[in-house]
Design a protein around this ligand. Structure first.
Ligand code: ATP
Ligand code: LTN
Length: 332
């Protein structure tokens, strides 16, 4: 079986963009790929985190993988910092990544613009190299992610190719797997900005901790475009195109069918039905999350087993890389 690897940061509440762009794919891929899924807590500390909240969010992301439908008997779910090989390979890869290519990463440019380049952590700059280590350690064939992570997977390929050329075939070259629908869900209050966990305003996203009433209210208040026709036109009507994408994602109905039904009904009716589709789609996941909360030992056991399985694969890659690069005294 080919292998899929992905990671999600414990950096806030999981939202419907994370679900449509990432988690849903992970679950669908399970029949075709061996899945390895990671809670990337070392990535989360590249920006300031409160220790108590971070720990809580690590549990939440781990639980979300399972609640979304990842089956721990078929896939591996683990916490990044439980497997030291991630930081070990990241250092080695850092010595082959260039300052120039890391300076060109869009996510770094966006996030450092907010805080100012002088004061953001060096970890934020090196973040894509840690991500490359995550992927290359497991010799992943595919990396299911939302559109925003495509550039990081391409950097991962570049690093792997560079090192393979110099030292021989150490790493498999991974492909990004971007879903055809929902790869870039936009903020409800601004269709030019990506829906984001760490956004300041909670009205910009719908989180899996939101109750049905909160979801109805957020969708009712979501910005729309001028006019009253519900049509899919991302250029002229970016807000409505985003809502149609969300509707299609949760209802399973194609966008053109929704356009046909709601074209003339006006925005209010469209938004009311959209809210019910989102609520219905989220409900089974929210129910499983609540069930798991009542059974905390279960999650810990899954994560412990996951870390053991992951470490066995990761350590073997690190051993081969150290050997090839000439580190230590060698195995003999
Ligand atoms: P942050 O805003 O803190 O960077 P985030 O919401 O971008 O967080 P991540 O943990 O970085 O969330 O991403 C988890 C997965 O969700 C990634 O595969 C990412 O590509 C995907 N993803 C994130 N935001 C969206 C979005 N708005 N639409 C679709 N997919 C998304
Ligand atoms: N950078 C990603 C999270 C992430 C990841 C990974 C995704 C870290 N390591 C490895 C795929 C594979 C993000 O911000 N969403």
């Amino acid at each position: 079986m080919k292998r899929a690897f992905s990671g999600v940061q414990p950096s806030g509440n999981i939202h419907i963009g994370n679900y449509l762009g990432a988690f849903r794919q992970f679950v669908q891929l399970q029949d075709v790929y061996e899945g390895i899924y990671c809670v990337v807590d070392l990535h989360a500390i590249t920006v300031p985190q409160d220790p108590g909240e971070l720990r809580e969010q690590i549990r939440e992301v781990a639980a979300f993988y399972l609640a979304a439908g990842i089956d721990p008997s078929r896939s591996t779910v683990f916490v990044q910092s439980d497997v030291p090989a991630h930081t070990e390979l990241a250092w080695i890869l850092n010595c082959f990544a260039t300052f120039g290519e890391l300076s060109r990463m869009t996510q770094f440019k966006d996030k450092s613009r907010k805080g100012g380049q002088e004061s953001v952590s060096a970890g934020l700059f090196n973040y894509p190299v840690l991500m490359a280590a995550d992927i290359l350690l497991y010799q992943a064939d595919v990396v299911p992610v939302g559109e925003d992570q495509k550039q990081h997977v391409e950097l991962t390929r570049d690093l792997a190719e560079r090192i393979n050329r110099r030292f021989g075939p150490l790493f498999r070259l991974p492909e990004p797997l971007i879903p055809p629908l929902g790869a870039r869900i936009m903020a409800l209050d601004n269709p030019q900005a990506k829906m984001s966990k760490s956004a300041e305003s909670p009205s910009s996203y719908i989180s899996f901790t939101d109750s049905p009433d909160v979801i109805r209210r957020k969708i009712a208040r979501a910005v729309t475009d001028s006019g009253r026709e519900v049509i899919y036109d991302p250029e002229a009507k970016p807000a409505i195109a985003n809502l149609l994408t969300i509707f299609s994602g949760f209802s399973g109905r194609p966008v053109h069918e929704l356009e046909r039904e709601y074209r003339e009904t006006g925005y209010a009716r469209f938004k009311a039905d959209l809210a019910e589709a989102v609520i219905a789609g989220m409900e089974p996941i929210q129910r499983r999350l609540a069930e798991m909360e009542a059974e905390p030992g279960y999650l810990e056991q899954v994560l412990r087993q996951g870390a053991e399985r992951a470490a066995a694969i990761a350590e073997s890659t690190v051993r081969q890389v150290k050997e090839a690069v000439g580190l230590g005294l060698g195995r003999a």
